[in-house]
Design a protein around this ligand. Structure first.
Ligand code: C2E
Ligand code: MG
Ligand code: MG
Ligand code: MG
Length: 279
């Protein structure tokens, strides 16, 4: 009877696989359509606050997919999908277009974008970004590129050439999710980064002695290398106080602000009060 059970298991497993594959194919079709239409992919902006004066130092652009039937789909899901499908370049172009519009409309702000290693490894990427900025008359100093630590995929030197061109034009670089990835400080050196963003996972358990020690070590090493330091995912007042004491430059997290729509950014920047308020 074990044979029969095996066959049943296989049949159930098989149909489950079919279902998953169909779901995945439908999501791929939908993403293709979303990227082609442009309007389903939207950009939100999370304020980053300076610990010097409590004011907004910059914004991080975060892509959102408003799916017509399923509602909001997280970038944790659709960005890796776009990378696998080769659509990440188009997603990046849509976000950069939104960001340039905002930078043009609000001349006092700086914005950071998240860029996939695949984009930075594609020939001509730097020239396309520099061209887009120039077309909107935007100073490249107002743009920062956040790069998640990952294995360098640079057989032909495109990655390094793109980074060098962007840096030469004035674009700055940050290492995102710092501490979670591959060869942290060697990565900083390869791209000559200006900033690290300490990953939320370290900020989360700052009240534990071990994690506090890790954050302290990261900060003192970053300081020694002349890097700016942002802490990500700050959710509590205790975390804010501890990070301030340890000497972070900037803080980002739900304690200070959630990611905002473009309209909300306009209100925040043009409004009278730009200081950090816990909400
Ligand atoms: P990330 O670059 O590390 O962005 C920070 C993420 O943490 C964002 O999630 C943000 O909403 C979330 N976050 C900020 N503060 C808090 C907090 O206090 N608590 C919690 N629980 N979360 C917080 P989001 O928007 O879902 O983005 C996830 C990731 O997707 C990003 O991580 C980034 O790696 C990627 N991503 C987002 N937009 C883009 C894009 O335009 N291009 C590329 N290539 N990747 C993107
Ligand atoms: Mg980021
Ligand atoms: Mg991050
Ligand atoms: Mg992340």
């Amino acid at each position: 009877h074990s044979k029969a059970a095996g066959r049943n298991t296989y049949a159930i497993f098989g149909s489950h696989m079919d279902e998953l594959l169909q779901k995945r194919r439908r999501l791929e079709d939908d993403l293709r359509e979303a990227v082609a239409s442009g309007i389903q992919i939207q950009t939100f902006y999370q304020p980053v606050f300076s610990l010097d004066d409590g004011k907004v130092a910059s914004f991080e652009a975060l892509a959102r997919w408003m799916h017509p039937r399923q509602g909001f789909i997280s970038p944790e899901i659709f960005i890796p999908l776009a990378e696998e499908m080769g659509l990440i370049h188009e997603v990046g172009t849509l976000v950069l277009r939104d960001v340039c519009k905002l930078l043009f409309e609000l001349p006092a702000i700086r914005v950071a974008i998240n860029v996939s290693v695949l984009e930075l490894s594609s020939p001509g990427y730097a020239l396309r970004v520099i061209g887009t900025l120039a077309a909107s008359h935007i100073d490249p100093n107002r743009l920062e590129i956040e790069l998640t630590e990952s294995l360098p995929v640079d057989k032909d030197g495109h990655f390094i050439n793109n980074v060098a061109s962007l840096r030469a034009a004035g674009v700055s670089f940050a290492i995102d999710d710092f501490g979670t990835g591959y060869a942290s400080f060697s990565r900083v050196q390869t791209i000559d980064a200006d900033r690290i963003k300490i990953d939320k996972s370290f900020v989360d358990d700052m009240d534990k002695a071990d994690n506090k020690a890790i954050v302290m070590a990261i900060i003192s090493m970053a300081r020694a290398k002349g890097l700016k330091i942002t802490a990500e995912g700050v959710e509590t007042e205790a975390q804010r106080a501890a990070l301030q004491k340890l000497g972070c430059d900037d803080l980002q997290g739900f304690l200070l602000s959630r990611p905002l729509s473009e309209a909300a950014v306009h209100l925040l920047v043009k409004g009278p009060e730009r200081r950090a308020v816990a909400v």
